[in-house]
Design a protein around this ligand. Structure first.
Ligand code: CA2
Length: 146
């Protein structure tokens, strides 16, 4: 069965515990539960990975090479400046969707730019944690069409 890696970057382990007005009140475990519940209907095996460390995220991206059909990634603040994560995604050439819970374009200027988005199949921003499901569905549709 095709496998998809769901990657969450720095501070997303705090989901549901702080800043509910920006990120909602659901935890990362709830995000994982919701995605796990739709995986059988989508015919996909999911693996979940969260880290606050850039190198660990890069290692996780490398692990997808030849093993995973795609990646859904919320890179957190690394979105805005990590050329190392960009290089990792470019190296493995595994299709990915970038997802943000908040609308990054309605926030501080530094959040408007993504150094990853140009390599992505697409980007989702501002739809709360529902964005993860949309990202997964969109990724699979894109893989099927390719
Ligand atoms: O909107 C998103 O999903 C972000 O990727 C979240 C990142 C932020 O740096 C990006 O600009 C946009 C921050 C994640 C912090 O997550 C927290 C969740 C709850 C409480 C505190 C932080």
């Amino acid at each position: 069965m095709r496998k998809v890696l769901i990657v969450n970057g720095p501070n997303l382990n705090m989901l549901g515990r702080r800043e509910p007005t920006i990120y909602g009140s659901d935890s990362l475990a709830e995000v994982e539960r919701q995605l796990t519940s739709i995986a059988p209907e989508l015919g996909v095996e999911l693996q979940f990975f969260q880290s606050n460390h850039e190198g660990a995220i890069i290692d996780a991206i490398h692990s997808t090479f030849g093993e995973f059909a795609g990646i859904v990634i919320n890179p957190g603040a690394f979105t805005h400046y990590s050329y190392a994560i960009r290089d990792a995604l470019a190296a493995v050439k595994v299709p990915f969707i970038e997802i943000h819970i908040s609308n990054v374009h309605a926030r501080e200027t530094f959040r408007h730019a993504s150094v990853l988005a140009a390599l992505a199949v697409g980007q989702i921003s501002g739809l709360g944690i529902y964005g993860y499901e949309l990202a997964l569905r969109g990724l699979l549709r894109s893989i099927e069409a390719s």
